[in-house]
Structure formats: structure tokens, C-alpha cells
Design a protein around this ligand. Structure first.
Ligand code: EPU
Length: 421
């Protein structure tokens, strides 16, 4: 199984191209099920999660052609030939649940294996199902599968007020509502940039959505959606991760393609840590010329600080002067990187969802492994600033969400390679 071998090699300097956003692409792809016309995505990231979604859509009858080395996905769903998303695929990737809403809307019924818990928390899907029920769908749970069926005469649409902000449930609800007979309203909806991307693409396909970018969305159902060609937004989490990598080494990188306005909370966190951040319409530049400072950070739904940045910022704070407090409010178990960072010499204590990080002057390389994507990235970041060699095992986590990680870090001077051990 492959591992990443990284050695501290001084400051990272240069330009890193930012890929299309994994979490946007994973919700844009299932929208192909909403129309019998072709849907083409450009700027798609080359990731194993995208290949898993390709496989899932294929199993439902969609055709997905990966063109231009995977950066263009030409999709079409003339007919949905199978209404069941199997456990074998869903267990590999929780985002598989995002086929539920569009399949129900177009085919009148959808059966999807329940995803179950994962390394960062329980991650229930109750809100996905309650929103669909509010639109008039009938939901049954049996043998580990959820089956959603439209009532006779089609889905009327309805109102749903999310008790907890959920990105995935908002996406499923949006895709179910666009083809309903009537109007649906979502309150306390997630408003992450990936949701805005989905709304914009659905509108490009002929959907009628008001309130895009706010937490109240009004969706007027339309009879059918047509095809479109749409560019996936840049990955704000990939950009933020490389920003942390540059900062921990005292270097400066230009993140080509990143959009500052979509990652302001991360930029504010980096500034509080003492980084210099500047941007223009096409890129964000992050550098750290002076000492890093401790700061207190709390994750929150957008526009708050993304939970997907917590582990990488924690790695950075391991090298800051003073004690930082990090609070994780989204997931109950998202500190799995802490014991591994500690093995590299970090001084971190946790209590519940709070971590106290005391900066250390020296991190040391070690053999480490993490149980999820962002946690794995935090170990790479720490490894870039550690003395000696760090081996990050379970590389498949990184391959789910970071396109050509070692190549991009080599571009800016990192001593990093993929090894087969
Ligand atoms: N929640 C419920 N019930 C539900 C759905 C969610 O209680 O039906 C809870 C969750 O347990 C969690 C909170 O609501 O405590 C927020 O979860 P959310 O539904 O927003 O997360 P998600 O849609 O499953 C997406 C991203 C995650 C990211 C979160 C939060 C994708 C494919 N995944 O997950 O990304 O952490 O939003 O921003 O978009 C990652 O990329 O590493 C990753 C984990």
C-alpha cells in the first residue's frame, strides 16, 4: 500500500494550481440524474471520490465519460435504469446519499443504502429524509436501505426548517424540490459556496431558485430541466490546506485559481496566526515571514470557519508561539489527528470538542496514519516542518480529496514522495 514520505526541507515558495472543489463536484454530478439531456462539468478534480461517484451514477444508468485527463466529465442520463444505490458503493463514500433527492425527483422512487457512521462522527441522514418527507415523499427504512417514493400525482413540494445546518441535506432537498409540482421553501439552509455552486448550476439547467447564497431558499418546481455545461468552483479547502503548508515552513505560495471571498474565515484565521495574505480576482497569496502566533478558533457553518480546515490549522498552530484553543462544533469526533501530531512532538490536550494546542519549537518526523482525509493532510503539513522523515500511511484518504498532492508540493520545493511499501 502506498505511503507519503515527507522531509522538512525549508520554506515552500512558488505557485500551486488549485483544482475544482471535491465537495462541489460530488453534488453537481448527481444533478445529471435530473435531466435526460447531457450535463458537462469542466474543472473537475482528479480524485478517487469522483471516480466512486462516476461508478455509482453508472450503476444507476447514467453515462459518465471522463475526458481531458479527468478534468471534464461528460454525463448523460437518458434513462434511470436502476433505482438502487448499493451498499458496496455507498459504504465507500458517504456522499453517495446525494443521489437520493435527484433520483426521487426524476424517477419517482429511489432506494439508497444507509451510509452508517464514519471516523469523524455518527453523521446521521435524518434531515435528508425529513426534508424529502416535508415535500410529500413517503420514506421507508428496511434492511439497511432507505426507500423514498413520490405520492400519486407527483411530489407537491413543501416547507422545511432545518434544526441543524446540514450541507448534504440542503443539497438533497434542493435537487428533490426543483422538479416538484409546487413551490418549496427551505429555512436555515446551509449556504456554503458549494451550495451556491449547485444552485447556480441548477438555474443554468432551467431551475427556478430564489435566495441563492442565503439561508432561506425558495424553489419553484419546473416540469423539466435541460442540459448545461458548468465549471466547478475552485476547492477552498485544498487552497486553505496549501496555505497552512506554506505558512508552517515560513514560505510564500500563490494559490492559483483560489477565490478569497469564498475562504474569508480561513484567511482571517491565517491573519490572526500572523500570516500575510493578499489576493486578486484569480489567486490568493499566503506567506509567513515572521513568527507564528497562537490564536483561538471555533468551527461553524459557513460563513464561519470550515470544520474541513480545523486539522490543518491545528498543525500550523503546533508551531505558533503560545497556547491556542480550537473548538470543533460540527462533528463530535474530529480530533483523530491529535494523537498522531503528539507522536511528532506536538503538545495538544483535548477535552470533548475542545483542543488546547501549546506551540513547540520543534516537531520531529515519525511514522503516522490518520483515519480521515483532513486529518491525513494535517500530518503532511506537520511533516513539512518537522526535523527528519515523516511517513504518512493510509494514503487512500489523501487520494480521496487532494489531487496530485506530492506533485503540487514538489512544485514549491517540498521534499515529498509517494512510496510503495
Ligand atoms: N447532521 C444531522 N443529520 C443529517 C445530516 C447532518 O444531524 O441528516 C449533522 C451531522 O452529523 C453534522 C452536521 O449535521 O454534525 C453537519 O453535517 P453536514 O450534513 O453539513 O455534513 P455533510 O454534508 O455530510 C459535508 C462535506 C464534509 C464537511 C461537512 C461540513 C461533502 C461531500 N462533505 O458533509 O466534507 O465536513 O459538509 O461542512 O460535501 C471533507 O471534505 O473532508 C468532509 C468531511
Amino acid at each position: 500500500m502506498d505511503s507519503i514520505l515527507v522531509k522538512g526541507n525549508g520554506a515552500l515558495n512558488g505557485v500551486i494550481p488549485i483544482a475544482g472543489a471535491k465537495n462541489a463536484c460530488l453534488t453537481l454530478m448527481p444533478a445529471t440524474l435530473l435531466s435526460d439531456e447531457p450535463l458537462t462539468l469542466t474543472n473537475a478534480p482528479r480524485l478517487s471520490d469522483i471516480r466512486t461517484m462516476t461508478q455509482l451514477l453508472g450503476s444507476l444508468g447514467a453515462e459518465v465519460a471522463s475526458l481531458q485527463d479527468g478534468q471534464v466529465l461528460a454525463m448523460s442520463s437518458h434513462a434511470i435504469t436502476n433505482h438502487t444505490a448499493d451498499y458496496d458503493i455507498v459504504r465507500k463514500m458517504r456522499a453517495s446519499i446525494l443521489v437520493l433527492g435527484p433520483m426521487l425527483a426524476r424517477a419517482g422512487e429511489a432506494t439508497v443504502s444507509m451510509p452508517g457512521g464514519c471516523a469523524i462522527g455518527n453523521r446521521p441522514i435524518d434531515l435528508h429524509l425529513k426534508a424529502l418527507e416535508a415535500f410529500g415523499a413517503k420514506i421507508e427504512l428496511a434492511a439497511g436501505y432507505v426507500k423514498a417514493v413520490q405520492p400519486d400525482g407527483g411530489m407537491p413540494g413543501g416547507d422545511f426548517d432545518f434544526p441543524v445546518v446540514s450541507v448534504g441535506a440542503t443539497e438533497n432537498a434542493l435537487m428533490a424540490a426543483v422538479l416538484a409540482n409546487g413551490t418549496s421553501r427551505l429555512f436555515n439552509a446551509a449556504r456554503e459556496p458549494e451550495i451556491v455552486d449547485l444552485c447556480n448550476m441548477l438555474v443554468a439547467m432551467g431551475a427556478e431558485i430564489e435566495g441563492i447564497g442565503t439561508s432561506s431558499l425558495i424553489i419553484h418546481g419546473v416540469k423539466r430541466l435541460h442540459g448545461a455545461t458548468y465549471r466547478v468552483m475552485p476547492d477552498r479547502i485544498e487552497a486553505g490546506s496549501y496555505a497552512c503548508a506554506a505558512a508552517i515552513t515560513g514560505g510564500e505560495v500563490r494559490l492559483e485559481g483560489a477565490r478569497a471571498d469564498e475562504m474569508m474565515a480561513t484567511i482571517h484565521a491565517l491573519q490572526a496566526i500572523g500570516c500575510d495574505v493578499s489576493w486578486d480576482a484569480k489567486s490568493v497569496t499566503v506567506g509567513a515571514s515572521g513568527p507564528l502566533k497562537a490564536t483561538n478558533l471555533t468551527t461553524a457553518p459557513y460563513p464561519g470557519l470550515a470544520t474541513d480546515m480545523q486539522a490543518q490549522l491545528m498543525a500550523l498552530l503546533c508551531k505558533a508561539e503560545g497556547a491556542s484553543v480550537l473548538k470543533e462544533t460540527i462533528f463530535e469526533n474530529r480530533f483523530m489527528h491529535v494523537p498522531e501530531l503528539t507522536r511528532m512532538g506536538a503538545d495538544i490536550t483535548t477535552e470533548g470538542r475542545t483542543a488546547v494546542v501549546k506551540g513547540v519549537s520543534r516537531l520531529t518526523g515519525a511514522e503516522v496514519m490518520a483515519t480521515d482525509l483532513r486529518a491525513s493532510m494535517s500530518l503532511v503539513i506537520a511533516g513539512l516542518a518537522a526535523e527528519g522523515e515523516t511517513t504518512v500511511r493510509r494514503l487512500y484518504h489523501l487520494d480521496r480529496g487532494y489531487e496530485r498532492l506530492e506533485e503540487k508540493l514538489q512544485l514549491v520545493g517540498a521534499d515529498i514522495e509517494r512510496v510503495d511499501d
